[in-house]
Write a protein that binds this ligand. Structure first.
Ligand SMILES: CC(C)NC(=O)[C@H](Cc1c[nH]c2ccccc12)NC(=O)[C@H](CCCC/N=C(/NCCC(=O)O)S[C@H]1O[C@H](COP(=O)(O)OP(=O)(O)OC[C@H]2O[C@@H](n3cnc4c(N)ncnc43)[C@H](O)[C@@H]2O)[C@@H](O)[C@H]1O)NC(=O)OCc1ccccc1
Length: 226
């Protein structure tokens, strides 16, 4: 019987809530490859384009709701007596709104802004395009989305690696396994001797490394599992 669980989620867990995935048919945004707008170089090159990209996704959060998969994971978090860590690659707030508490956003959050002048992070629900003042240091023009861009180190990596090396059940939900270091978590979990289960609509880049892959929509598979 498993006791220490680590769960990794990707864009697929939010797809049924109406949040576009990255490599879906409409690959996120206006013909821009995500890698072209989600990098520090892109932000230096064209901050208006990048701020508009994240302002649009932040604004869209008000028109989406947690789905049955988010709710089932929040229930598991509340009721699981053993260790449990939910690691999401998603920057939306649907896991949070569903009630998940033992949750880490390894790629940042849309509802947070990072001031590059005072290095503090503050809640953010409005657009950053108008260069609002930083609520912490009051300087304007230094707020960037608190998002981990390509080439930047993901957040909480030490806590995540510790949990993976101590888990006996690793569950991956709604991720294509294209982006590292998240796509490498399966190897750490296997190294720890954990049973590894994948729940995904389609086979992923790492399906062959799981003990079991169940294909189907997260909104159906996750409640059935929990
Ligand atoms: C493209 C890829 C090859 N590039 C990388 O991995 C790079 C480079 C790299 C590092 N190591 C490597 C090793 C090998 C190769 C490349 C690399 N990685 C990085 O740059 C990382 C940082 C990567 C993070 C980038 N930021 C994101 N997000 C925030 C931004 C934003 O959101 O705008 S990544 C972003 O893309 C990824 C998208 O993947 P998925 O979530 O899986 O979504 P996708 O659309 O691909 O797939 C959806 C899946 O769901 C399924 N699905 C769909 N509907 C449903 C449904 N209804 N139910 C169930 N499943 C469903 C589909 O079948 C599909 O499988 C997520 O991680 C997401 O967060 N940083 C770093 O390495 O830093 C170094 C470093 C080290 C020390 C010091 C300093 C720096």
């Amino acid at each position: 019987m498993a006791s220490n669980i680590v769960i990794l989620t990707g864009a697929g867990v939010s797809a049924e809530s109406g949040v576009p995935t990255f490599r879906g048919p409409d690959g996120l945004w206006e013909g821009h490859r995500v890698e072209d707008v989600a990098t520090p170089q892109a932000f230096r090159r064209d901050p208006v384009l990048v701020q508009r990209f994240y302002d649009a996704r932040r604004a869209a959060l008000s028109s989406v709701q947690p789905n049955a998969a988010h709710k089932a994971l929040a229930r598991l978090d509340a009721e699981w007596p053993g260790e449990l860590l939910l690691v999401t690659q998603n920057v939306d707030d649907l896991h949070d709104r569903a009630g998940s508490k033992r949750l880490l956003h390894m790629h940042g959050e849309l509802n947070s802004a990072w001031c590059t002048a005072c290095d503090r992070r503050t809640p953010c629900t409005g657009p950053l395009l108008e260069n609002p003042a930083c609520p912490a240091c009051t300087l304007s023009g230094h707020l960037r989305p608190d998002i981990v861009w390509f080439g930047e180190m993901p957040y909480h990596m030490e806590a995540i690696e510790d949990a993976l090396l101590g888990c006996d059940l690793f569950i991956s939900i709604g991720t294509s396994g294209n982006v590292y270091p998240a796509a490498g978590f399966i190897d750490l979990a296997r190294h720890a001797g954990a049973r590894c289960l994948e729940l995904n609509l389609d086979p992923s880049m790492t399906s062959n490394r799981f003990h079991e892959s169940r294909l189907g929509p997260a909104g159906t598979l996750v409640p059935a599992l929990v």
